[in-house]
Design a protein around this ligand. Sequence first.
Ligand code: IPM
Ligand code: MG
Length: 354
Amino acid sequence: MPGDGIGVEVIAEGRRALDRVAQVCGREFVFTDALVGWAAITATGTALPDDTIRICRDSDAIFFGAVGDPARDASLPPSRRPEPVALLGLRKGLYANLRPAILNPALVGLCPLRPELVQGGIDILIVRELTGGLYYGQPKGPHDIGGVPGAVDTMVYTVPEIERIARVGFAAAQKRSGRLCSVDKANILACSQLWREVVTRVGRDEFPDVQLSHMYVDNCAMQLIRNPGAFDVIVTENTFGDILSDEASMLAGSLGMLPSACLGDGDVTPFFEPIHGSAPDIAGKGLANPIATILTGAMLLRHALGWTVEAAAIEHAVEETLKAGYRTADIAGPGGSPISTSEMGNQILARISA
Ligand code: IPM
Ligand code: MG
């Protein structure tokens, strides 16, 4: 599902990379195209047509570009725009959002932090709760208070919602450094007090081998730029995860580098998207960096299909391409000579091997 803006260009490259890895590893994909976002509104009147929902339900994974176009927003009320309708609609039931932020050694010069702060490398996994909190809580909307016009959003979390995302965070930490940092605002928010209590209990009862720490979200925002190397896996609620993952993405040098996965339990189709969005200002110009999407394809292989060898083949090809010096405009740096979206795709494709 390419969607809008640069989604079209980057999904084309992501798809070529998946086809190539299938070819060299003796696998086969069946792709079904589906409309989403403004592209779907233009064709059908809605950002998430029934056909698209059906195709998603019948598929093993959703490979998604981006939706959104601020220039067209005024033509529809907020509740019918692609972000709430398509993005939040497709994410329904997918409560675990994995957002890795890795600073590739070849791109250390692009990280806005001083070199000595990042010399040990940055490899952070943000596990963002994706289906609770302020985004979905009711009541929500315009709300007069004593006759004074206002608006309300509700932050709400249940114990099972916290338990299940905590388990994702602990399990991820187990596979990595064995350290998990849970981020909340327990000095003020009732949801956060419950969050801290539940995460602590799940850790004690189910993951005694993981070293758990807690951090307030404001402090976390500060520590991420003061000492990013200290972080490994972070687990946090929806809104905090939204904000901290954008912050962490800058540590990786460019938003154009970061993939993500939205996972659930049972039969909801998992959803994979680059985190950068539709970037209408550069759409259609061949300027977009396809790496986030190509790496998103690797996450799809690993998490939806369990094809770890194939996922690693893609990640390795991206690393080799960067090592060889190829750069799109966002990562070229001053005086660099950037290549186009499809040229970057070609270079990565040429390095995918079994
Ligand atoms: C993201 C985006 C979305 C979110 C918006 C577009 C609804 O910011 O994927 O981080 O907040 O989840
Ligand atoms: Mg965001």
